[in-house]
Design a binder for this molecule. Structure first.
Ligand code: GTP
Ligand code: MG
Length: 195
């Protein structure tokens, strides 16, 4: 995919603010700090369009980015951030659930997990939930640059086994440092979005 144009559109707090042009949407779910915003920046070859930080829990809204006037990336708030209050967590859950179950232009969810560690209980719940509702998805294992290549197969196996992924669900090894996995992920996205 040649990126001709990319822009931040809106930080939506609810459905009334979601775009209405019907363009396909690709959403990113994953725990706080897993690298969702960094992945968006790498995919778009932008340094800091999606805000990243060392401080987890920063993204609290659904952040829409428009690419080439053809599709949206939707950056979700990260889950599993301990310092978020229970009521905030519940509000988060409701917003995401409503979006995932009812959003017609949603074409693909990228579930991000950290390649270095086995997926957490929350990662497993998210995966099961997406599978249960038959939401088209791909798993992206981030921070691949932090694991030596010789160890990749072992880590990939742990991710697949822990999530209980059937062979047909794609798993992409990704690094927003090196660009590893970028082309592969673009081809999955374009196919799912029908562009
Ligand atoms: P929230 O917005 O809090 O949910 O976090 P996020 O998932 O958007 O994570 P973000 O992209 O802000 O990245 C968190 C930290 O991990 C930052 O310090 C990034 O530089 C770092 N990081 C993200 N992806 C990679 C990667 O592929 N490799 C390495 N080495 N570091 C990464
Ligand atoms: Mg973020």
């Amino acid at each position: 995919m040649k990126i001709k144009q990319s822009e931040f559109v809106i930080s939506a707090v609810g459905p009334s603010q979601y775009p209405e042009d019907g363009l396909p949407e690709v959403s990113l779910a994953g725990r706080s700090n897993v690298g969702k915003s960094s992945l968006i920046n790498k995919m778009l070859l932008r340094r800091n369009l999606a805000r990243t930080s060392q401080q987890p829990g920063k993204t609290q809204t659904l952040n829409y980015y428009k690419i080439n006037g053809e599709l949206y990336f939707v950056d979700f708030p990260g889950y599993g951030y301990a310092r978020v209050s229970k009521s905030e967590r519940e509000a988060w859950g409701k917003m995401i659930e409503r979006y995932l179950r009812g959003r017609e232009p949603l074409k693909l969810v990228l579930q991000l997990v950290d390649l270095r560690h086995p997926p957490s209980a929350e990662d497993q719940r998210m995966y099961e939930w997406l599978s249960h509702y038959e939401i088209p998805m791909a798993v992206v294992a981030t921070k691949a640059d932090k694991v030596s290549r010789s160890q990749w197969p072992k880590h990939v196996k742990i991710v697949r086994q822990t999530l209980g992924m059937p062979g047909h669900v794609p798993l992409v090894l990704f690094s927003s440092e090196t660009g590893q996995g970028r082309d592969e992920l673009w081809s999955i996205i374009m196919q799912s979005a029908g562009i």
